[in-house]
Design a protein around this ligand. Structure first.
Ligand code: PAZ
Length: 313
């Protein structure tokens, strides 16, 4: 690790505040990976990242920079991958969408339940089927060892956890997939140069320099999990530059595929950019409850199958 990029990565990790629950996360990962690797055959395990990372501006954080990501893509993709036989490590931003909750209202707890005259709590009739389905499917995935949910908030937590997941899943070889749908901050304030206390507003405009977050994708591919099948996502608001930027990212970071999407149309269509072409994927508009994640995950799972086959020959 002595290239300029690697030293930036080292200094990012060295200066990041340590994860509070590192030992517990490490134990959960160890158990999850062991459960899904057996002598009779390793199950495919996907790490799905979801939601946006925050950038704190103060150590005792009052203010932070955030982004738009709702976590819908990651949550929906997780459900489809589990249906297709994968075990999923869902690395998600606290408070964003979670698998099996898409048919519940935003404030599900308050909307879906009511107190009866006998002071019992019951599910309100219109939500009864949706609540049953969500609880049943979620419980089956977690209890069946097919879903491990790990929440993050900041860019520091996200990157440290991604590294832990990658290194822990190295033993899965080509059966491991990284599906990096999280919207990861590009700029950050290093922990050591960050104000400890709330920044005071009385002293005029805020003048603050943000450093570029070192790109971890090549180190993920080359060092953390060199055998894994890696898919990253590229979001742009300008359709003119989207596909070129996605292809540049694919080549630069050695991704097996980059999913290109535009902010406003991201729920309707994406383009999967690979070394042998650009494949558009559309939501099935004939069905109101369809999503673009279903055909997208199907295509990527097929590519992953070919990758595993090629790696074993
Ligand atoms: O989280 P969401 O469903 O609202 O949006 C998904 C997405 C646009 C964040 C994802 O598809 C994506 O492009 N992630 C990478 C963003 C980027 O850093 O370019």
């Amino acid at each position: 690790m002595d290239s300029p990029l690697n030293s930036e990565i080292e200094s990012f990790f060295d200066s990041a505040p340590p994860l509070n629950d590192r030992a517990a996360i490490s134990q959960k990962l160890k158990e999850f990976i062991a459960l899904n690797s057996s002598e009779s055959g390793t199950r495919r395990v996907a790490c799905v990242t979801s939601g946006g990372t925050t950038v704190p501006l103060e150590q005792r954080c009052v203010r932070y920079i955030d982004n738009f990501s709702s976590g819908h893509r990651g949550a929906a993709s997780t459900e489809h991958l589990i249906k297709m036989g994968y075990a999923v490590i869902f690395l998600y931003r606290r408070g964003t969408c979670e698998p099996y909750c898409s048919s519940l209202p935003d404030d599900a707890f308050l909307e879906c339940f009511e107190v009866t005259e006998e002071s019992a709590v019951q599910v309100c009739q219109p939500y009864s089927e949706a609540v049953k389905r969500a609880i049943r499917d979620h419980h089956a995935a977690v209890a069946g060892g097919l879903l491990l949910k790990l929440p993050f908030t900041t860019i520091f937590e996200y990157l440290q956890m991604l590294q832990m997941i990658a290194v822990s899943s190295r033993s899965l070889g080509p059966c491991s997939m990284f599906y990096l749908a999280a919207a990861v901050s590009d700029f950050y304030v290093p922990w050591k140069s960050m104000a400890e206390h709330k920044i005071q507003s009385g002293s005029g405009p805020l003048d603050m320099q943000l450093l570029q977050v070192p790109k971890m994708l090549s180190v993920l591919r080359k060092e953390w999990a060199p055998m894994a099948f890696c898919i990253s996502f590229k979001l742009e608001t300008d359709a003119e530059i989207l596909l070129e930027k996605a292809d540049m990212a694919r080549k630069k970071y050695g991704m097996h595929a980059v999913v290109a999407n535009e902010l406003l149309s991201r729920k309707e269509q994406v383009v999967v950019v690979t070394n042998n072409g650009k494949i558009p994927v559309y939501r099935d508009k004939t069905s109101s409850d369809s999503d673009v994640e279903k055909p997208l995950t199907k295509l990527l799972v097929d590519r992953h199958s070919v990758y595993i086959k090629d790696s074993n020959t």
